[in-house]
Design a protein around this ligand. Structure first.
Ligand code: ADP
Ligand code: MG
Length: 731
C-alpha cells in the first residue's frame, strides 16, 4: 500500500535537470499543492522544452504537440508513481453535474509474472470513453456512442486519494465524435479565448503595452451540514437533496445568532480536514465561517484564473463530500434543503486583469477620471442589461427556483448594484457634469477612540442584489450552490466579450468618420449611449421588497420565477445570435444543452414527486393513524369508565384534525401522482417542464402543509423522521 510522502522526502526524480524548491516547514504553505503536477513538480520531472510547451498552452492557447506530449506523459507518470499512484483517469465535467472518471492502471503485464508501468502521450491527451450514458440532448444516437476526452493543459493534473489508493486525474474536455461539446469545460475555454481577445483589443485604446487579459474568478461556496445518521433516515434528503416536508422548528434563524457565530467544534474539525485535502490539491481556500441559517456554513478561496477556479470549485465539492463521511456528516449542496430558512448560493466574483497586472474593474481613487475603468464597467452593465434573461437562464435549476426570490436570496429579477458613489459617478458621466457626490472616492472615516483610522468602503454591500459590483469585481450572487460555475460564466464571458466587440466597432467607426475628434471624446460619447440604453438595469434598493417587483415591472425588466420558463431564453433570438455568431455553441449544441436542462428539471421534479409520495404513504399517514388509534382507544377507555364526553374533548379534536389532514394529504398526493403520469406522456421536454412545474410541483406545498400539520399533532414517539430541530442542530 502506498504511503503518503511528505513533499520533503520525495523520491529522486528521473531527469537530470533537477531543481528542488525548498518548501516552508510550517503552515499550510508546507503542503499546499503537493498533490498537484503544477509548475513546481513539472520543474523536477519535465525537460525545459516540455515545461515551455505547457506554459505556452496555458498562456497562448497553443496545443501541445504529439511528440512533446510523450515527454510530458513520461514525466507525469514518474511523478505520479513516486507519489504512490497506480492508476490514471481523464477527469471531466459532463452535463449531468458532478464529475466523471474511469480509471486505468499504469501497469501493463509483460509476462506471466512481469510487468511495467506505462503512460503514453496518446493516453495523456486523448481517451475514448463510451459516452452513450452521458446526457447529450439528442446529439448522439447510441450507434454513434463515441465521445472523446481531451487533455486541458491549462488545468494541472492532480492526485486523488481514496480507499488507500491514489489515482492521477487529468482534467479534460469531453466532446462527441462529431465534435460537439458534451461538457462544461469545452465551451468555457472557448469563451475565455473570446473574452481575452475582446478585452485586450479594447485595452489597446488606453495602453499599447497590454497584449493579453485574463479572467479571474473567486467562488464563495455556501453549504449545509447534517449528521449522516439523521440524513440516512430522511428519504427526501437522500434522494431529492432537500426536505420535502418538515414542520418549522420553534427556533430557526429568527435570532440571527448563527451568522459569523462561533463555529461548532465538530464542524470545525470537518472544515480543518477538508481544507487540508483541498490545500494539498492546490485549492487556495482562505475563508471559513458560519452562515445565516443554523447548520449553514461558507468557505471561499482566493480568486484564480477562471478555468482553474471552476475546476477547483468542482473538485472542492467532491472533497467536501468525501471528507464529511469521515466525520459522520453529510454536506448538503442543494440550494434550499430546508423550507423557511435561508438557501445556499455560490457567489461568483468575476473580474478582468491585464497581462500588465491592472484589474480593469478597479475604480481607483478617482473613478470619474478613470476612463479605462468606466469603459469596462459600463460595458459589463450594458451586456447584463441586453442579456438579462439569458443570465437568468444560466442559473435556472430546479433547486435554485426555491431560493431566488425567497428568504434572503436574490430575486429572480436581474439587476445590477453598483453602490451610491459609483451610481453618482455614472449619473455625472452620463450628463457630462461633475457633482460633489460623485467627485471623489474617499469614503467616510469612522472615528472610534483607540483604534486606527478606518475607511468605510465606499462600494457598500447589497446582499439583495443578484449581480453586485463589490469594490473591484462583479459578484454574481444568484448562482445556485450546487451548480457548476461554468454555466453562468460561459454566459457572462460571452455577453461581455460580445459587448466589448460591439463597443469597439462603434468607437472605431466613429473615429474613422469624425476626423480630428479626440479618441477619448469618442469613447466617452459611445459609453454615454451604452449607459443611457442600459441604466434601467441599475438598482440600489432593497431587492427583497415588493416595491422592487412593481418597479421592475414598470422598467420592463423580467421577473422569471421558474426554471421551466427561464430556460426558454437560451433559445431566444438574441441568445442564439450571441452564441452562434461568436462560435461558442452551434445551434445544435445550444438546443441540445437546453434540452438537457429541461430534462434535468423534469427528472428532479419527478424524483421529488415520487419521494413525496413515499413519505406521505409510508411515513406520514401511518404515523397519523397510529397516533389517532391510540387517541381513539384512550377515548373509548375513558368513556367506558364513566368519564364525560367533555373530558375527552381534546382527544376528539385532535382525532378530527388528524382525519382532516390525513384525508387531504392522501387526496392531494393521489392527484399529484396522476398529474405526473399525465406529464410523463408528453414528448416535448419544454412542454413537460411547464406541466411538471405547474401541476406536479404546484401541489407540493399543499401536500406539505397537511404533512407538517400531522407532524405537529402526533406524538413525537410516533414520528420516525428526524425533525428540523434535530437536523439543524450541530455541536
Ligand atoms: P465577501 O464578498 O464575502 O466580503 P471578498 O469580497 O473579500 O468577500 O471576497 C470574495 C471572493 O472574491 C474571494 O474569493 C476573493 O478572492 C474574490 N476576489 C477578490 N478580488 C477579486 C478579483 N479582482 N477578481 C475576482 N475575484 C476576486
Ligand atoms: Mg462576496
Amino acid at each position: 500500500m502506498p504511503t503518503k510522502k511528505s513533499s520533503t522526502e520525495k523520491a529522486t526524480p528521473k531527469e537530470e535537470t533537477v531543481t528542488t524548491t525548498i518548501l516552508p516547514e510550517n503552515g499550510i504553505s508546507s503542503y499546499f499543492g503537493e498533490m498537484v503536477f503544477g509548475p513546481r513538480a513539472q520543474k523536477q520531472y519535465l525537460s525545459a522544452a516540455s515545461q515551455k510547451a505547457i506554459e505556452k498552452a496555458i498562456n497562448e492557447g497553443l496545443a501541445v504537440s504529439r511528440e512533446m506530449s510523450d515527454g510530458v506523459a513520461e514525466g507525469m507518470k514518474n511523478w505520479a508513481l513516486d507519489m504512490g499512484a497506480t492508476h490514471y483517469t481523464h477527469w471531466f465535467q459532463p452535463l449531468r453535474g458532478t464529475t466523471a472518471e474511469k480509471h486505468d492502471s499504469f501497469f501493463e503485464p509483460t509476462g506471466i509474472d512481469t510487468g511495467i508501468e506505462v503512460f503514453s502521450g496518446k493516453s495523456l491527451t486523448q481517451q475514448e470513453p463510451d459516452a452513450s450514458s452521458f446526457p447529450n440532448g439528442g446529439i448522439r444516437n447510441t450507434f454513434e456512442a463515441r465521445g472523446y476526452s481531451v487533455w486541458d493543459p491549462s488545468s494541472p493534473a492532480f492526485i486523488i486519494e481514496k480507499a488507500n489508493s491514489r489515482t492521477l486525474c487529468i482534467p479534460t474536455i469531453f466532446v462527441s465524435y462529431t465534435g460537439e461539446a458534451l461538457d462544461y469545460k469545452a465551451p468555457l475555454l472557448k469563451t475565455l479565448a473570446f473574452v481575452r481577445k475582446a478585452a485586450t483589443d479594447v485595452c489597446k485604446y488606453f495602453d499599447e503595452k497590454v497584449n493579453d487579459c485574463s479572467v479571474s474568478l473567486g467562488v464563495e461556496q455556501e453549504y449545509f451540514l447534517v449528521r449522516e445518521d439523521l440524513f440516512k433516515m430522511r428519504p427526501d434528503l437522500m434522494y431529492a437533496g432537500r426536505t420535502l416536508i418538515g414542520h418549522t422548528p420553534a427556533k430557526g434563524q429568527q435570532l440571527e445568532d448563527h451568522y459569523f457565530g462561533s463555529i461548532p467544534t465538530d464542524v470545525q474539525a470537518f472544515m480543518v480536514d477538508f481544507e487540508e485535502k483541498a490545500h494539498q490539491l492546490g485549492i487556495p481556500l482562505r475563508t471559513r465561517h458560519n452562515e445565516v441559517a443554523p447548520g449553514q456554513f461558507e468557505c471561499a478561496p482566493q480568486f484564480e484564473s477562471l478555468n482553474l477556479a471552476v475546476d477547483h470549485n468542482t473538485l472542492l465539492m467532491d472533497v467536501m463530500e468525501a471528507v464529511a463521511q469521515d466525520h459522520g456528516l453529510k454536506v448538503l449542496l442543494h440550494e434550499k434543503p430546508f423550507k423557511g430558512i435561508n438557501g445556499s448560493g455560490k457567489h461568483n466574483n468575476w473580474s478582468l486583469v491585464t497581462n500588465t497586472g491592472v484589474n480593469l474593474l478597479s475604480p481607483g481613487h478617482t473613478p470619474a477620471q478613470n476612463l479605462q475603468f468606466l469603459t469596462f464597467f459600463i460595458n459589463v452593465i450594458k451586456a447584463v442589461h441586453d442579456h438579462a434573461d439569458l443570465m437568468r437562464a444560466s442559473i435556472a435549476t430546479a433547486g435554485n427556483d426555491h431560493r431566488l426570490g425567497a428568504n434572503e436570496a436574490p430575486p429572480a429579477i436581474m439587476s445590477v448594484f453598483v453602490g451610491d458613489t459609483l451610481e453618482h459617478v455614472l449619473n455625472d458621466f452620463e450628463s457630462n457634469q461633475t457633482s460633489s457626490k460623485g467627485a471623489d472616492n474617499k469614503g467616510g472615516a469612522i472615528q472610534v477612540p483607540n483604534i486606527p483610522e478606518i475607511l468605510i468602503d465606499n462600494t457598500d454591500r447589497n446582499r439583495t442584489s443578484p449581480f453586485a459590483f463589490t469594490g473591484n469585481k462583479f459578484e454574481f450572487r444568484a448562482v445556485g450552490s450546487s451548480d457548476n460555475c461554468a454555466s453562468p460564466m460561459v454566459v457572462l464571458n460571452t455577453i461581455v466579450a460580445d459587448q466589448l466587440v460591439k463597443f469597439k466597432n462603434k468607437v472605431d467607426a466613429k473615429i474613422k468618420a469624425s476626423k480630428g475628434v479626440a479618441k477619448e471624446e469618442i469613447i466617452k460619447q459611445v459609453l454615454r449611449e451604452e449607459l443611457t440604453s442600459s441604466k434601467r438595469i441599475l438598482f440600489g434598493g432593497n431587492g427583497y421588497g415588493d416595491e422592487w417587483v412593481k418597479e421592475a415591472k414598470k422598467r420592463g425588466l423580467n421577473n422569471v420565477k421558474n426554471t421551466a420558463e427561464a430556460l426558454a431564453f437560451y433559445m431566444s433570438p438574441s441568445s442564439v445570435d450571441v452564441f452562434v455568431k461568436n462560435g461558442i455553441y452551434s445551434h445544435k449544441e445550444l438546443e441540445a444543452r437546453t434540452e438537457i436542462r429541461y430534462e434535468s428539471f423534469n427528472l428532479r421534479i419527478q424524483i421529488e414527486g415520487r419521494v413525496l409520495n413515499e413519505l406521505v404513504q409510508n411515513f406520514v399517514i401511518p404515523a397519523g393513524i397510529k397516533y389517532q388509534k391510540r387517541l381513539a382507544d384512550n377515548v373509548q377507555t375513558l368513556l367506558n369508565i364513566g368519564q364525560s364526553k367533555s373530558s375527552v374533548k381534546a382527544q376528539m379534536d385532535i382525532i378530527a384534525e388528524l382525519s382532516n389532514h390525513i384525508n387531504k394529504a392522501y387526496e392531494l398526493n393521489n392527484q399529484m401522482t396522476n398529474e405526473r403520469a399525465k406529464a410523463n406522456k408528453l414528448a416535448d421536454a419544454h412542454a413537460k417542464a411547464l406541466l411538471y412545474n405547474k401541476k406536479v410541483k404546484g401541489l407540493f406545498d399543499e401536500i406539505r402543509e397537511s404533512c407538517d400539520e400531522i407532524e405537529r399533532l402526533v406524538d413525537d414517539a410516533d414520528w420516525v423522521l428526524p425533525k428540523y430541530r434535530e437536523l439543524l442542530s450541530l455541536s
